[in-house]
Design a protein. Sequence first.
Length: 321
Amino acid sequence: MIPVRASVARWLEAEGPRSHALQGLARAWEAASAHRVLRPLSVPAGIRAIGVGGSTLGGSNKTPLAIALAKAMAEQGERVVFVGHAYRARPRTARLVSPADDIREVGDEALLAARELAPLDVDVVVGPTRQVAIDLAARRASWLVLDGVLQARPQRLARSLLALDEHLPWGSGKCPPAGDLQAPPAALLAASDAMVVVGDAEGFDGDALADLRGTAFGLLLAIGRPDRVIRTLAARGLHPTATIRLGDHDRPTAQELERQARRKQRVKLWLTTPKCALKWPREVAGAPVLALDRRVELPKTFVDWVLSRGPLPGGFCPLGP
């Protein structure tokens, strides 16, 4: 079951010809998704919300961007709450996320946000719907960062940021079921105030990666567009001996991981992302699992613009972080 989900995700992410039937269905998705980009949400008066969405179904780095933004705002003294989406989880009511919560109750990205933001006393909220999560969050802060919401209607958000991958900003260039594009680029751009392109190598610890040269290591990934990690490591002369690619947000059991790892060449350690590390055991097939330390740093000029009410500063284009 897991390999099937992963293979479907990889197929959607890949470029290439599609049948006439799939192209027709993709055009229907385009028409519907162009309207869905504007989510029917209400933000209470006096509360300013920032939407952070991605151009593709996965792999746009929207959550790392949203976490980095909430962190930067808190460091400037703003009262901010991070509103997660609890994807593949089922919270029964709007609730705060604790760093010790069960991933099955709050979702992997909300749990990662809680652990990253806890040192700054930034609350993370999820709920059965995005609206009830917003209602709770609005009672706790004057700023909200909405992970996975690009824009709202009928009242637009204070700011809207569109996260794009450095190498494939528009993914495969097609909407489902022919590709992984969330909506037509024109609709995404019309809904956003700024594009933020996050590079592959952003935030990776170069010294730590250098220590891996000569080590037989594996990659254990359950993210959108895992080739980004492979490309980043290859640029540093690091090539995995074995790679296990699962579907984005997949949560296999320890036994399932063991079975897949045993089919691969033996490694001394497994590398994974911070989000994936929340779901894996400490060891797989006798090798320790280590998370790559990846952090997005936002320029102060960009954060100042997000917090302001004015236009994007002249000549400034947030092609970072």
